[in-house]
Write a protein that binds this ligand. Structure first.
Ligand code: CA
Length: 221
């Protein structure tokens, strides 16, 4: 899962990026409304965290422009404490959730996770498929035989993306866009390497290769 944080408070932004990366997300950041709007339009983010008070262009305008341009990425709006009108304006402009400042990072992570679940029509509980259970807190996978296997950051992000899109053909390009941030090197053969590592960890028949198309996490109905 790949996130964009648009926030001009540099210290807060640094802390959020570190905490969210720790929680298993690929994170890009922008410190003003103009860059934020551009980045949010260029890459397919799974969730965008948007501050309202931004230099360059106000957050509300950024959000309205995204929606007017057909960008429906889930957006969590950061509002000032007790500013109920900001929440209302945020929802009207197309926001999906809000969080009042100051907040605990844990609450933001919980809201991001809930929003991802909601967007992908998964309700509550752990992400699990055919006995394969993703433990998002410990960033490990529990196999149908009950074996718990640790995952690296990239493996975890990749597998979570697969598990949120079972039976869909996922191209290498799409996987790269959702698993890496801007700063990472993006070579498509790297996905091959990580898919093979996942196969070694969860069993090789879960992820099928579709020649010239990409990969499918197969889950029989
Ligand atoms: Ca601000």
């Amino acid at each position: 899962m790949r996130l964009l944080i648009v926030e001009d408070d540099a210290a807060l932004c640094r802390r959020l990026k570190a905490d969210l990366a720790q929680a298993g997300f690929a994170v890009d950041t922008a410190d003003n409304g103009v860059d934020g709007e551009f980045m949010g339009s260029e890459a397919p983010y799974d969730v965008i965290v948007l501050d309202l008070g931004l230099p360059g262009r106000p957050g509300l305008e950024v959000l309205k422009n995204w929606r007017a341009g057909g960008n429906h990425a889930p957006v969590i709006v950061l509002t000032a404490r007790d500013a109920w009108h900001e929440k209302v304006e945020g929802f009207k402009a197309g926001g999906d959730d809000y969080l009042a400042k100051p907040f605990h990072t844990e609450e933001l992570i919980a809201r991001i996770t809930a929003l991802i679940r909601r967007t992908n029509a998964k309700v509550g509980g752990r992400l699990s498929l055919r006995g394969l259970v993703l433990d998002e807190e410990r960033q490990c996978i529990v196999t149908p035989k009950g074996r718990s296997v640790a995952l690296s950051g990239v493996e975890f992000r990749l597998l979570r993306y697969f598990m949120l899109h079972p039976n869909a053909i996922l191209s290498k390009t799409r996987l790269i866009e959702h698993v890496y941030d801007f700063d990472s090197e993006k070579e498509s053969n790297v996905i091959e390497v990580y898919v093979n590592r996942l196969r070694r960890k969860i069993g090789k028949d879960w992820i099928e290769t579709r020649r010239g198309q990409g990969y499918v996490l197969r889950v029989p109905d």
